[in-house]
Design a protein around this ligand. Structure first.
Ligand SMILES: [Ca+2]
Ligand SMILES: [Ca+2]
Length: 204
């Protein structure tokens, strides 16, 4: 009798566990890699040009989840560009997410979310995603708060980038899944230090 009860309890909790998991947001990247480095073996792909500059490191003092966050020091000049990217098919071989994009059931999610540590600098930060047709989509967030804030970017709020697209972009004005890359891009003209952490997919 007792055995049956225990078994029933185990099954009940097992089912609950599964349903909780299915309802949860999905962690895409938490920047918990030991070292955030640059170059071909880098764990983050980043760069800047035309008068802009960026450096990237791991911060252990300011973080939202886990042991560290992604720290971005930047100076975005007029006409310049900056990118800080993670995902599949980047030059930095180890900049992949903590989950493979092909293993995600994209239809179950309504968009991305991430945490940004603001400084109320009034800087504008683009959060771009590259779709499966190499098309770049943009969501812009303003640094008009202080401390950690969860930023939610639903897929229907992304605008196709009209200033630049890769030569390989399909330019079909449709978000094609799986998304392969996300990147943070401080926009001109701005200067400062921002921290990012806990990039997730938001469950529908
Ligand atoms: Ca983290
Ligand atoms: Ca597309």
């Amino acid at each position: 009798m007792r055995k049956t009860f225990l078994l029933a309890t185990a099954i009940l909790f097992g089912c609950l566990g599964i349903s909780f998991a299915a309802d949860a947001d999905l962690l895409v990247d938490d920047f918990e890699i030991i070292e955030i480095s640059t170059g071909p073996q880098g764990t983050v792909d980043f760069g800047a040009g035309n008068g802009s500059a960026v450096s990237v490191s791991a911060a252990t003092d300011i973080k939202n989840t886990g042991k560290q966050s992604l720290k971005v020091d930047f100076e975005a000049g007029n006409g310049g560009y900056i990118y800080v990217a993670k995902g599949k098919g980047l030059d930095a071989a180890n900049a992949h997410w903590s989950i493979n994009p092909e293993d995600i059931q994209w239809v179950e999610y309504q968009g991305f979310s991430f945490y940004m540590y603001g400084t109320n600098s009034r800087a504008r930060i683009a959060f771009d995603i590259k779709d499966n047709g190499n098309e770049l989509w943009r969501f812009v967030v303003a640094d008009d708060f202080k401390g950690w804030k969860k930023i939610v970017c639903n897929f229907d709020k992304f605008m196709v980038r009209d200033d630049w697209q890769p030569g390989s972009a399909d330019k079909n004005a449709k978000i094609d899944f799986p998304i392969k890359i996300f990147q943070f891009e401080p926009l001109a003209e701005s200067k400062g230090t921002l921290y990012f952490d806990t990039v997730e997919l938001v469950k529908k």
